[in-house]
Ligand binder design. Structure first.
Ligand SMILES: *Cc1c(COP(=O)(O)O)cnc(C)c1O
Length: 374
């Protein structure tokens, strides 16, 4: 068969280990998964209530226009309904953008390391991928500008960035947007938007009014705790959204997802609670890392990338055997780090105890090795 050659080079997405798999393999009773930046508190009780009383016929196709959630979101964000596009998670919105804009002969610019789906989709579409290394965990926007030329169709920005947690500040973003050619679409992935507390974070909805070539991606998978239902949205200029719409599958978000998302949106006090608890959780990790002199990036997301200065797979394995699934930095472009999702206060405390034990054993073995050598 005449496969797209670039696609044959790709490997399918490797999901984090599942709880059941680890339970069986290690005979453990309790497993805590802090690997995929899921909300440790689940979703709002109001969403569960809504889903319990769900009475729509499952035989009917979902509303392809996602009317109810669209109206609710448009009014919450102060944008028109035509400025929104819904996807089967942000993942699908990334795919839609790639399908509509990327092809051989053109290129796309992104940071590295960043969320892998930008590159993955660009490769499938046959576009040239231009990566610009992060500096101190942050986007090198000047470096990215230097890579943009008349063949650049899409630039991807991830803020806060996965896997570092660093964000782009308002001043830097503005200066960047002013210099990107208007022919180039800038995608600002804000999957962790609701977790951000930084004072100098920009207002991306305001920026859309100013920059017609900007689209913002958000999702119900992270703080809203609806990752399993697959629903995310893009906010952009009406013309941009109109151009993307044909690349979207007609019934890409399920009735369940639309209903749940609307209920989730209505419970903003739940979102507020999760944001606060996440901050407290991050502080637990900061304190531990500072005490142990481990380096990490300050995070505006619900995860933290910690550098243990040893093979990240080894750290991952040590935690796994003690019932904690995290993400090894090896696959994320940080070979001596692990990325840990912030859990509940108790989960974080337990995780930190295991981290302490790991550091202690490492230092102990290293010093005993030194001792033997003497
Ligand atoms: C989790 C994540 C996504 C994917 O979100 P879904 O809506 O679940 O598809 C997209 N971008 C970033 C940066 C993420 O971390």
């Amino acid at each position: 068969m005449r496969w797209k050659e670039d696609v044959l080079q790709l490997t399918p997405y490797q999901p984090g280990k599942s709880i059941g798999e680890v339970k069986r393999q290690y005979g453990l009773e309790k497993i805590v998964k802090l690997a995929s930046n899921e909300n440790p508190f689940g979703c709002s009780g109001q969403v569960l209530e809504k889903i319990r009383t769900f009475d729509n016929s499952l035989a009917l196709y979902p509303d392809g226009y996602a009317t109810e959630i669209r109206e609710a979101l448009a009014s919450k964000l102060g944008v028109s309904e035509g400025q929104l596009i819904f996807g089967n998670g942000s993942d699908e919105n990334i795919q839609i953008i790639s399908r509509a804009l990327l092809r051989p002969g053109f290129n796309t610019v992104m940071a590295a390391p960043t969320f892998p789906q930008y590159k993955h989709n660009a490769v499938i579409e046959g576009a040239e991928v231009r990566e610009v290394q992060l500096v101190g965990g942050e986007h090198d926007l000047e470096g990215m500008l230097n890579k943009i030329d008349e063949k650049t169709n899409v630039v991807w920005l991830c803020s806060p960035n996965n896997p570092t947690g660093a964000y782009i500040n308002e001043e830097k973003l503005l200066s960047f947007l002013k210099r990107v050619p208007t022919e180039t679409l800038v995608v600002l992935d804000e999957a962790y938007y609701e977790y951000v507390v930084a004072d100098d974070y920009y207002d991306s909805i305001e920026l859309i009014k100013q920059f017609e070539n900007l689209i913002v991606l958000r999702t119900f998978s992270k703080i809203y705790g609806l990752a399993s239902l697959r629903i995310g949205y893009g906010i952009g200029n009406e013309k941009v959204i109109q151009a993307l719409e044909p690349a979207r599958e007609p019934f890409n978000t399920s009735t369940f997802a639309q209903t749940a998302a609307k209920a989730a949106l209505e419970d903003q006090s739940y979102v507020e609670m999760c944001r606060l608890k996440n901050r407290e959780g991050l502080e637990q990790y900061y304190q531990f890392c500072d005490q142990q002199q481990l380096s990490y990036t300050k995070s505006q997301g619900n995860f933290i990338l910690i550098d243990f200065k040893v093979d990240g797979n080894e750290v991952f394995q040590y935690f796994l055997e003690r019932g904690f699934i995290v993400r090894s930095g090896v696959a994320l472009g940080f070979p001596t780090s692990v990325r840990v999702t912030v859990g509940s206060k108790a989960e974080n405390a337990e995780m930190i105890e295991i981290m302490k034990a790991f550091v202690f054993e490492k230092i102990a073995t290293q010093s005993s090795q030194t001792h033997t050598q003497q």
